[in-house]
Write a new protein. Structure first.
Length: 188
């Protein structure tokens, strides 16, 4: 099968059947792109997720664009983005046309009340997978906890958290590099 059609189809299917937004799509994208087809590695996927979260815009669209670009350049990015966006557009259009007739229907209200807890689980599950993939351990667990608390309790902007984490990672890497160089020089 043509990779253009296949990647469009994968992202269309994920976009059509994922309730809960971009983060709920993560395990599905990971399963299709990393596990089943092995189009990118787990490390590449984690890097693309970090970039997608840091870039302005909708996470699901960002990650589809980055994956499409990684696979087949600009054409791949356009097709995977369309595959992600088109189902939501069509569903929202249909809801806008017909929902006003049913918005006060108790059955519809109960359906949405039932979907909410499932959406929370769909968003929480990738968090644990990402933590495992990011190799978070007992020495680094404080970083996501402090970051979450700063955002949640103190209202810090996630942008500042990302900037500080990037700067901290850069400084840590330079310190490690300097330390390793000293060890190598002492052994010589």
């Amino acid at each position: 099968m043509n990779i253009y059609f296949e990647s469009f189809g994968i992202f269309f299917k994920i976009g059509a059947f994922t309730i809960g937004g971009g983060y709920a799509m993560v395990p599905l994208i990971e399963n299709e792109i990393v596990t089943k087809r092995k189009w990118i590695t787990q490390d590449e996927f984690m890097d693309l997720m970090a970039i997608s979260q840091s870039a302005p815009g909708i996470f699901a669209v960002n990650i589809s664009i980055f994956i499409g670009y990684k696979l087949k350049g600009v054409k791949g990015a356009i097709l995977t983005a369309l595959g992600t966006i088109l189902p939501s557009f069509l569903i929202i259009l249909a809801i806008a046309l017909f929902f006003s007739n049913y918005k006060n229907n108790p059955y519809v209200e109960n359906i949405f009340r039932g979907i909410r807890p499932a959406v929370v689980a769909l968003i929480a599950a990738p968090t644990f997978t990402m933590a495992k993939s990011a190799k978070i351990n007992r020495y680094t667990i404080w970083i996501p906890i402090v970051s979450a608390l700063l955002i949640w309790l103190l209202g810090f902007s996630p942008i500042w958290i990302i900037v500080c984490a990037g700067l901290g990672g850069f400084i840590w890497g330079k310190w490690q590099e300097k330390r390793n160089n000293k060890r190598t020089n002492h052994q010589d």
